[in-house]
Design a protein around this ligand. Structure first.
Ligand code: SAM
Length: 221
């Protein structure tokens, strides 16, 4: 409960950065962590970007093996302090405070990202995806989410320079999805309903378009 209160307080204080009115639901947490797959006997490195109060983190830690590691990168210092209090004694976890753009990232098998891309400008979105996709090991995946209908609402309501900024950001996101997405799922059991995107780096520029591997599968939960 204290986590929800902190989340709401931080949303009221910095709504652009927090970008959600409530922490992710259990269903969204499970969909986002679908590719955090236990792998006994092998060490896996997982990164969560924008963990907030840890609503999704608990599903990642639930499937972490003894040899696995989890880096949590959180821009909000109050959330980072909360996460350190919850996970500080687990040697597999590191909490890195500050924007992900400012951190030296490692190499990861799985990345789960909770960033509010709808609030980012085109350049920031492109920069963040560049860094995250570039930090994946071969065969790695990146999962993130947006809200159902959010793109249309923003495009409709934005005016003037804000509209240009919104359209540019959405254009960058569309290109990223076209190029790297291999699966999408709709999660109705979240406030608001969400769409989860699962991405994997393509082997060569344009490869996904040529071999059709960017065709998306849709599922609801
Ligand atoms: C939509 S909330 C998601 C919180 C949590 N993952 C969940 O699903 O409930 C977005 C989170 O991203 C964090 N954030 C925003 N910009 C960030 C950045 N550039 N780097 C790291 N974290 C960021 C916010 O502070 C917030 O905790």
């Amino acid at each position: 409960m204290a986590e929800v209160t902190l989340f709401l307080r931080e949303y009221a204080r910095t709504r652009q950065d927090v970008g959600a009115i409530a922490p992710s639901s259990a269903r969204l947490g499970k969909a986002l962590t679908r590719y955090v797959i236990p792998s006994p006997g092998r060490s896996r490195a997982v990164l969560e970007v924008g963990p907030g109060t840890g609503a999704v983190t608990r599903y990642i830690t639930g499937s972490l093996g003894r040899l696995d590691t989890l880096d949590l990168v959180e821009a909000n210092s109050r959330f980072a302090t909360l996460l350190r209090g919850t996970y500080g004694r687990d040697p597999r976890l590191r909490v890195l405070a500050g924007p992900v753009q400012e951190h030296e990232l490692g190499r990861y098998d799985t990345i789960v990202c909770g960033l509010p891309f709808a609030n980012f400008d085109a350049r920031t979105t492109a920069e963040v995806f560049d860094r995250l996709l570039g930090s994946l090991r071969p065969g790695g995946t990146l999962s993130f989410f947006g809200y159902v209908g959010g793109t249309t609402v923003r495009r409709t309501l934005a005016v003037g320079p804000d509209r240009e900024r919104t359209l540019a950001g959405q254009g960058v996101m569309r290109n990223i999805l076209r190029r790297y997405e291999f699966r999408t799922e709709t999660v109705l059991g979240n406030l608001p309903p969400a769409r989860v995107h699962h991405l994997a780096p393509v082997s060569a520029p344009g490869q996904a378009e040529r071999d059709g591997s960017c065709a998306c599968r849709e599922a609801s939960s």
